[in-house]
Design a protein around this ligand. Structure first.
Ligand code: HPA
Length: 236
């Protein structure tokens, strides 16, 4: 079934050209960078809307890296097509987030166990209540082990997937219930994974601290990216 639905409107790849594990990030040029730096023999499979996707191997194991754009609607489209038409089993998002707390520092890694949201993305399922989007437990456990093995400071907890980058109230509201920081995609990814019966995890690097106003430099962003990728590649 799914094979016949490929290529899709947004991914110009043949069914077999996408690996069953896909590492995703917001910026397609970052996907290109990751593929070039970490994968053996990367081959580009997508350039529709500039949303670059590559498949190669890591230690001989097939893996894809693809951009997903910004926000839940965008990651919603790409993750839906990957899970449902390419039969992708695991999506690991690596990305940046803003920290809500002074004690969660620039460069810290957040393994996002759960993703609260102010988005209505789950409404289309007509649930009589509020769905709790969560990451896959085995991926969480693997990421924790990898972060410990690599010696990188990490946290495990909940984040907010916000529909608005410029939301002045988010920090005040969500820190009341222990939310660590904010990004814009994971709750959509976790919901799509749940509906498709597949696995997902977000590994985030704190790029700015909304409590102190600190921001990462370009070099710090690179180090944060390298840490997330190394953790993600340990899960392949
Ligand atoms: N808001 C939303 N997404 C983000 C932020 C932010 O402050 N920083 C990094 N990703």
């Amino acid at each position: 079934m799914s094979r016949e639905q490929t290529p899709t409107p947004h991914i110009a790849a043949a069914y077999d050209d996408v690996a069953k594990t896909v590492i995703m990030c917001g910026d397609p040029l970052r996907a290109q960078f990751i593929a070039g730096k970490y994968l053996e023999n990367p081959v580009q499979y997508n350039n529709v809307r500039g949303m670059l996707g590559f498949t190669g191997t890591f230690n001989g194991r097939k893996v894809s890296v693809q951009g997903h754009g910004m926000g839940i609607p965008s990651i919603g489209i790409y993750s839906y097509e990957l899970f449902n038409f390419y039969d992708v089993e695991r999506i690991i998002r690596v990305g940046t987030c803003g920290s809500f707390r002074k004690d969660i520092l620039l460069g810290d890694v957040i393994i996002a166990m759960a993703a609260c949201t102010d988005s209505n993305f789950a409404d289309k399922y007509n649930l009589h209540g509020t769905y709790a989007p969560v990451a896959d437990w085995e991926l969480i456990r693997g990421a924790v082990g990898a972060a410990e093995g690599l010696g990188y400071p990490y946290r495990v907890g909940s984040i907010l997937s916000s529909d608005s980058f410029y939301d002045n109230n988010a920090q005040t509201d969500w820190t009341k219930v222990g939310v660590m920081g904010v990004e814009m995609e994971l709750s959509g990814l976790y919901l799509n994974a749940a509906v498709a019966g597949r696995k997902a995890l977000g590994i985030l690097s704190v790029s700015d601290n909304l409590a102190t106003g600190e921001r990462m430099s370009v070099e710090q962003r690179q180090t944060g990216l390298d840490r997330m990728i190394q953790i993600a590649l340990n899960l392949i």
